[in-house]
Design a protein around this ligand. Structure first.
Ligand code: N2P
Length: 357
């Protein structure tokens, strides 16, 4: 009997010990969804000091991972396996992810700083009511060029990138929609065109450009252009602004035939573990001072009206990076063309890339 009591005491003691240990691990860093926040963002798209400030203010540890295209990001989130608490897709990707049930509906009561966003960037067609996504940065796609390296060429049209004086002098950002969009726009078609003959024509047009293409690259495009390793590049506006900060000989133009206007918004994937922390992070990034510091650091255009007012006039008044509504009205936003058509765009882009190599 005594032995039984002893065993009973041991079992109770071990269970209590285990309960205590679990509670301890849950409360300490890295063991529970409440104490960590996994963010999945574009490369070079946040001031790292702000992540530290968020950690200090909330006691939440940030795990930060990056991607370089919507396609890569969507594949990873669709596959599951890794769970992310916050990500930053572009508009057509938000629409696609939402259609696939991958996004969590946001609790606006936990986002009081949402009031600082310029209404111009709210309630857009890819997410009416912003039920699933909150504006982070926006911009255009265009050509950055170095007038000293282009033999007197001035850029105003996509066609200029086909000029034979630019042999092996062009860098392209590694994006299926952007490169295909350039081919389509060059021919006067919409960058949302789904007509097979037009798409093949665009690919053929792009293939004609390959002698001019030095490389198709990721975030290193900024360093290469600033260091004058190439004369011109197809870039996102914010990258152009960063390049021009490094080397003021360069200029940025949005071609006259038309181009892309894009919006990158913060979302919470449905598989998120730290939903409370994700709302805290989104609200933190919406704080005007935080958003202004972030915009100044990464060089992209902020949709935060209060943050914009805090930026120096040379940034906020630069129409190349803060085009007015009349100019943006002439640009096209990517539509969610559906799973099949988006895969087809990727295929055509890969075929172009393979030909290049
Ligand atoms: C930042 C990339 C921004 C992507 N490196 C534009 N959607």
């Amino acid at each position: 009997m005594k032995q039984l009591v002893r065993m009973f005491v041991v079992v109770i003691a071990v269970s209590l010990g285990l309960m205590y240990l679990t509670a301890y691990l849950n409360a300490s860093e890295g063991y529970s969804g409440d104490r960590t926040l996994t963010i999945y963002n574009w490369g070079d798209y946040v001031d790292p000091e702000l992540l530290e400030r968020f950690e200090e203010e909330t006691g939440i540890k940030v795990i930060y991972q990056t991607f370089d295209s919507n396609e890569a990001m969507m594949t990873k989130i669709e596959q599951g396996g890794t769970t992310f608490d916050v990500s930053v897709p572009s508009e057509y990707a938000i629409s696609k992810m939402n259609a696939e049930g991958l996004l969590l509906e946001l609790d606006h009561a936990k986002l009081p700083n949402l009031k600082y966003i310029d209404p111009r960037f709210m309630n857009l067609s890819f997410d009416p009511d912003n039920a699933y996504s909150i504006p982070y940065f926006w911009g255009t796609v265009g050509i950055v060029y170095n007038p000293e390296l282009v033999g007197g060429l001035t850029f105003s049209s996509w066609d200029d990138l086909w000029d034979e004086r630019l042999r092996n002098q062009i860098l392209l950002l590694d994006g299926a929609r952007e490169v295909m969009g350039m081919g389509l726009n060059r021919l006067g078609y919409s960058l949302n065109d789904t007509n097979e003959a037009h798409l093949q024509e665009a690919k053929a047009k792009l293939l004609e450009m390959t002698p001019n293409v030095k490389a198709i690259v990721g975030d290193e495009i900024k360093m290469l252009l600033a260091n004058e390793e190439a004369a011109a590049g197809l870039v996102w506006s914010g990258d152009a602004s960063e390049i021009m900060d490094e080397n003021d000989k360069l200029d940025y133009v949005v071609p006259e035939e038309g181009s892309n206007l894009w919006f990158d918004n913060m979302v919470i994937p449905k598989t998120a573990r730290n939903i409370e922390g994700a709302h805290q992070f989104i609200n933190f990034m919406l704080d005007p001072e935080v958003a202004a510091q972030n915009a100044e650091y990464v060089g992209y255009s902020t949709p935060n009206k209060a943050a914009l007012a805090l930026l120096p006039e040379e940034i906020s008044g630069d129409e190349r990076f803060y085009p007015n509504e009349e100019l943006t009205g002439k640009l096209e936003v990517y539509d969610n063309l559906g799973k099949k058509m988006l895969a087809h765009y990727n295929e055509l882009f890969l075929e172009f890339k393979m030909h290049k190599k």
